[in-house]
Design a protein around this ligand. Structure first.
Ligand code: PMP
Length: 292
């Protein structure tokens, strides 16, 4: 069975699905996106992803392509047509198609909506069991990292630099030496005194949906949680480190640049969080495509 994509109202074979050359997503990266995990045919934390999508649209002043109920219906239909059990749904909304000019097109120009699915994404068993290395590098992104914009050039360069260095992720470092987040993940450590630490939400980082769920699970489990910035030095000397996203859960980090984190194996708190997140995916995080 060949893959099916959704483009502006039509379900099309993935191989030929395309947007117009004057789509503003293509010309200006003038668009936003979401990635939702699908497990056993169910979307994980879908309400959170839809809320973040809405927020990104509002902040970018892009019109909603359709009401969220319709969006959910399209997602469900695309998953059905692709017979997707485990994987992701990718959603992208661009400001629409219009002759190239920087200011917004007239209000009658509708946003473009594209959706695709992919099966079987996620880290390898080896990565989960052994943990992964990350590098650190200056954060050269724009000042509104809270918006899930498709303008990802610095993230692409950062991820490539990580891969070329044999690492998994590039943790971004602000001008004061504090880690913001990864190129596509949120960054976490367990401090010397055993607290779970991750950067607080503001314009500096994306409000990861996995971050939000992990924080709630950690608090409910009685862990000490500190939402505060942490430096590269603190991370290198930490008891544990990990990085989180929709497709990763909490992925153990065992090396930061040349520093081995603790004894170089995934930490117990990280493993506990992975267990809690697995239970979340099988329980409360497992939503229906349509709210009841
Ligand atoms: N930060 C950035 C820059 C990201 O691109 C992502 C992945 N979308 C995340 C954090 C993690 O977010 P989530 O848990 O919602 O996947």
């Amino acid at each position: 069975m060949s893959r099916v994509a959704y483009v502006n109202g039509r379900y099309q074979p993935h191989a030929v699905a395309a947007v117009h050359i004057e789509d503003r997503g293509m010309q200006f990266s003038d668009g936003i996106y979401e990635v939702v995990a699908v497990v056993d045919g169910h979307p994980i934390d879908l309400s959170g992803h839809i809320a973040r999508l809405d927020r990104s649209l509002t902040e970018m002043r892009i019109a909603r392509p359709m009401p969220s109920r319709s969006l959910r219906l399209v997602m469900r239909e695309l998953v059905r047509r692709n017979r997707l059990s485990n994987g992701i749904v990718y959603i992208q909304v661009n400001r629409g198609v219009y002759r190239r000019d920087h200011p917004f097109p007239p209000a009658h120009v509708a946003p473009s909506l594209v959706m695709t699915v992919r099966s079987g994404v996620g880290p390898s068993r080896t990565a989960i069991e052994n943990g992964v290395p990350v590098i650190t590098m200056p954060d050269r992104r724009w000042a509104r990292r809270d918006i899930k914009s498709v303008s990802l050039l610095p993230n692409v360069l950062a991820k490539e630099a990580a891969h070329e260095a044999g690492a998994w992720e590039a943790w971004q470092v602000d001008r004061d030496g504090y880690i913001t987040e990864g190129a596509s993940t949120n960054a976490w450590i367990v401090s010397r005194d055993g607290a779970l630490v991750t950067r607080p939400l503001n314009d500096d980082i994306l409000a990861g949906i996995t971050r939000q769920s992990l924080l709630a699970l950690a608090r409910a489990d009685g862990m000490t949680v500190e939402e505060r910035p942490f430096t590269v030095e603190e991370a290198k000397a930490a008891r544990e480190a990990f990085t989180s996203s929709t497709t990763l859960s909490a992925l153990p980090v065992v090396r930061i640049d040349d520093a081995v984190v603790a004894n170089g194996v995934p930490g117990s708190l990280t493993r506990r969080l992975r267990e809690l997140y697995a239970a979340h995916i099988a329980g409360a995080g497992r939503e229906d495509w349509l709210p009841e």
